[in-house]
Design a protein around this ligand. Structure first.
Ligand code: ZN
Length: 477
């Protein structure tokens, strides 16, 4: 099966273009991961959730996605945070890495195939710096650090549409992050100082003891992974938040292409910001939210996913209590409909009105997600279906519930917006099944009093039962 056509906005060209992977059905996807100096906030998770949907959709239409996500465990911020905490670098970052994995699982984000920790990729990073020095696109400054020479890379600024006349030729910037009006030669390897040594953030290299610049890390790790696994030097998709376009992704392109002479990524996909209660999230505004805040408040991940997917990934989203409540209500309606369809008997076949509605819904969802991952249109199609199908079920027009249930579960599964099932205690399951068997026996011997007593006993423990042609079904109320 050849995968269905998927189009995505490409930041490089500012156009929506068909995805054309190098080795279909393989898609290599590199997603910039968290800097593990602290807990990731929900703005970071909005990006990771749009990437999760992108991956799930590509897999759904038949692509074989290989996703790489980095964990930035050495950079200016992690070193500063480790020093402030009086810890060694790894001792400080590892708990935040584990917290990130917990948050990822809470939000039902599919794990990447590989998580590359920067500190574990020093060999390819040092090799990449050496190669850039050999090719003359990098030089050692008098401060002992190694810089990328913008003047030697004429296409610099293409991704962020930088006016190259503004390049500060000869000026240098050593910090990992800086503003777009300050494009200068940037540090790819920073000579270590006493502060770096104090936390264990210094490595020996032929061009001097030091540590990698943040931008260099992503270039070295992605090229190492796709080179070793697939023998290529070009990613199919590189994704991240729009705040990474400059300088991070611009610098990744310069370093990677400066070393390989090959295009670094065919498709650049960027997600917009998240505001909380109308303003940019910040500790100062008192609207700083982490994924664990939501988890501690008992918010179901399905509601967070639905809230985010109701806005296109290239539009800013506002996270408000009202929007969250509306999303919770949406999830409840989906769940109710799901139960109703299941109750209608999934074994039923036939081409009823429900089958037609389900086919239309799946066609609409495909068209929406193939068109630059238009999740809000897909969500709208799903809810239109729920409304129309509920009307059909009210009318009692039979036929097609099996097909409708399968289509609903496929689409709700890609979006992953059905409520989290509370894990059932196996002890309880055994007890319920034993009681149902006892009730069946009582009914067969026409002891309806005993059968009713067992129903009441089950109900007292929150178990609802329903007698169908296929036997007695049960669920937790
Ligand atoms: Zn990156």
């Amino acid at each position: 099966m050849s995968p269905a056509p998927v189009s995505l906005h490409n930041t490089l060209t500012r156009r929506i273009e068909p995805l054309q992977p190098l080795m279909p059905p393989r898609v290599t996807l590199y997603t910039c991961g968290p800097t593990v100096w602290n807990y990731a906030h929900i703005g970071n998770f909005r990006t990771f959730l749009f990437e999760d949907l992108l991956r799930r959709w590509l897999e759904h239409v038949g692509y074989d996605v290989f996703q790489i996500m980095n964990l930035t465990d050495v950079d200016d911020r992690t070193i500063k945070a480790a020093r402030a905490a009086g810890k060694r670098l790894t001792e400080h970052t590892e708990p935040f890495t584990q917290a990130f994995f917990e948050d990822r699982d809470y939000l039902r984000i599919k794990p990447a195939h590989v998580y590359t920790r920067a500190t574990e990729y020093m060999t390819p990073m040092i090799a990449l710096v050496s190669r850039l020095l050999e090719r003359g696109v990098a030089y050692k400054g008098e401060d002992g650090s190694v810089y990328f020479a913008l003047a030697k890379f004429p296409t610099y600024g293409r991704l962020s549409r930088l006016d190259t006349r503004e390049l500060k030729v000869g000026a240098r910037v050593a910090s990992d992050d800086y503003a777009k009006d300050d494009p200068s030669d940037f540090a790819i390897w920073k000579k270590s100082d006493a502060k770096d040594e104090a936390v264990g953030a210094a490595w020996d290299a032929p061009f001097g003891r030091g540590r990698p610049g943040w931008h260099l890390e992503c270039s070295a790790m992605s090229l190492e992974e796709i080179g070793r696994r697939f023998g290529v030097q070009t990613l199919d998709i590189h994704a991240g938040g729009i705040d990474l376009i400059f300088p991070h992704h611009e610098n990744e392109i310069a370093q990677s292409e400066g070393a390989t002479g090959q295009p670094f990524a065919r498709h650049w996909v960027h997600g917009e910001f998240l505001n909380v209660r109308g303003t940019k999230m910040s500790k100062r505004h008192g609207n700083f939210l982490t994924a664990r805040d939501l988890r501690e408040q008992g918010v179901d991940a399905a509601a967070v996913r639905l809230l985010f997917f109701q806005t296109h990934y290239r539009q800013p989203v506002d996270f408000t209590d009202e929007a969250l409540d509306a999303a919770k209500e949406g999830v409840r309606r989906l769940d109710e409909f799901h139960a109703r369809l299941r109750g209608a008997g999934s074994g039923e076949q036939g081409a009823g009105e429900l089958t037609k509605l389900a086919e239309k819904m799946e066609t609409d969802v495909s068209a929406a997600l193939n068109d630059d991952l238009n999740a809000p249109r897909a969500v709208a199609a799903l809810f239109d279906f729920v409304r129309a199908a509920n009307r059909e079920l009210d009318r009692g027009t039979g036929g097609g519930t099996g097909a409708a249930l399968a289509a609903f579960e496929r689409v709700a599964g890609v979006l992953n917006v059905l409520p989290t099932r509370k894990a059932l205690d196996p002890e309880l399951v055994r007890w319920v099944e034993e009681r149902i068997a006892a009730r069946d026996k009582a009914r067969k011997s026409k002891d309806f009093k005993a059968a009713d007593a067992i129903r009441a006993e089950l109900s007292a423990r929150g178990v609802e039962i329903e007698d169908t042609a296929q036997g007695t079904k049960w669920r937790m109320a």
